[in-house]
Design a protein around this ligand. Sequence first.
Ligand code: ARG
Length: 468
Amino acid sequence: MTQKLWDGRFSEQTDRTVEAFTSSIAIDRRLYKHDIQGSIAHCRMLAKAGILTEEEVQQLVGGLEQIQEEIENDRFVFDDRLEDIHMHVESRLAEIVGGVARKLHTARSRNDQVALDARLYTRGQTWQIIHQLHRLRKVLVDVAAANFDTIMPGYTHMQRAQPVLLAHHLMAYYEMFSRDSARFRDALVRIDVNPLGSAALAGTTFPIDRTDTAEQLGFAEVAANSMDAVADRDFMLEFLAAASICMVHFSRLAEELVLWATSEFGFIELPDAFSTGSSIMPQKKNPDVPELIRGKAGRVFGDLVALLTTMKGLPLAYNRDMQEDKGPLFSTVDTLRTCIDITTRMLPQVTFNKDAMRNATTIGFLNATDMADYLVGRGVPFREAHAVVGKAVAYALSQGKELDQLTLEEMQTFSTVIDGALFEALKVEQVVNRRTSQGGTAVAVVKDAVRRAVDRLESESLYQEEQS
Ligand code: ARG
């Protein structure tokens, strides 16, 4: 029989299936480092408060460090009868340092302990994700900068609409991932709060110093209410929500890559190293990587909904339901981090078929708006110009031609204000480069956007170095 750390009032052994059912060690063992880090801070604070002696602290810290070393070298025995990582560390500590181990849990409960571990872990992962997103954003900017001369169709309703620079299209994703990064940074404000010292729910009778543990653990703040501190998982929900929105962006980018790699589009060639073949059709090169990224968004949304559902309607304060938080958290961390990493490595290796992209802009009247704008420039009200161009498009369609393939005489049958300059305005480079409005697709504007992104990435990387 395993001696439980809480079995004083129990006269019967725990049912074996109950032990397995209630155990979370298979999942929360991942928190060992944070658990040990939190325990070291806790016992140092207890010494300052006169609750432990210096000698006891040395013994405890030595034992905790040994446990970390054992776990990292696969010499630690995990056993689901010991429930969770907190119990594992504490009972091994008792084996190493003896009776003094029993003093470590003074003025603490597993409720504030697990909240602490989860916050330390989430904080660390959030910073990692911000760093990874930084690299991805840099790659997007680099690929954009290499493609100021690549023009492609821009779409609305999945129909060719107006030509845009590939660089502009890619910079749209830079914006999305920049917002993701900012969302994670914002979530950190609420993640970076010390719950330790809330004990089970009501605080403790011991003269502890929660500011001291906050300082030791690098927390910006101390949680203000002990009941809230042990019952709160908002910080995780925010993290999962930020991750979900980020996965929306990955899935959209992935979908575009899948589409662009089709023979119908032929806009890109995916790197062989990031594609797979078919077991039956020898000619196939499948875009499994972007497909899986697109698919994995479902898992991350599921993690968010799972935790929202677990937390909904829980009375204060800690409830065991909350043990279900870590599975979704870890699953999202793993999924998101892998998606960022693989996209960052894949994007620079994608070959853009510039000719195919440009050719696609010449079919489908992508310059029709520009013909209307040209007429407006000659004093025709926009709605009227719109109707004139509509007629010209219908006529061109009937001739099997594009607008720029009509003759000046044909054009002049639609409006007398038209002259030869129209054909200049219909050229695809003109169409792109006249869109100089803020945030538009003209080369000059996109170059400026890239310059600003480079500066921003630079200043963020300095800030990030200071923080971590
Ligand atoms: N394994 C538990 C969890 O993950 C730790 C807290 C347990 N607290 C308790 N009172 N049983 O939530």
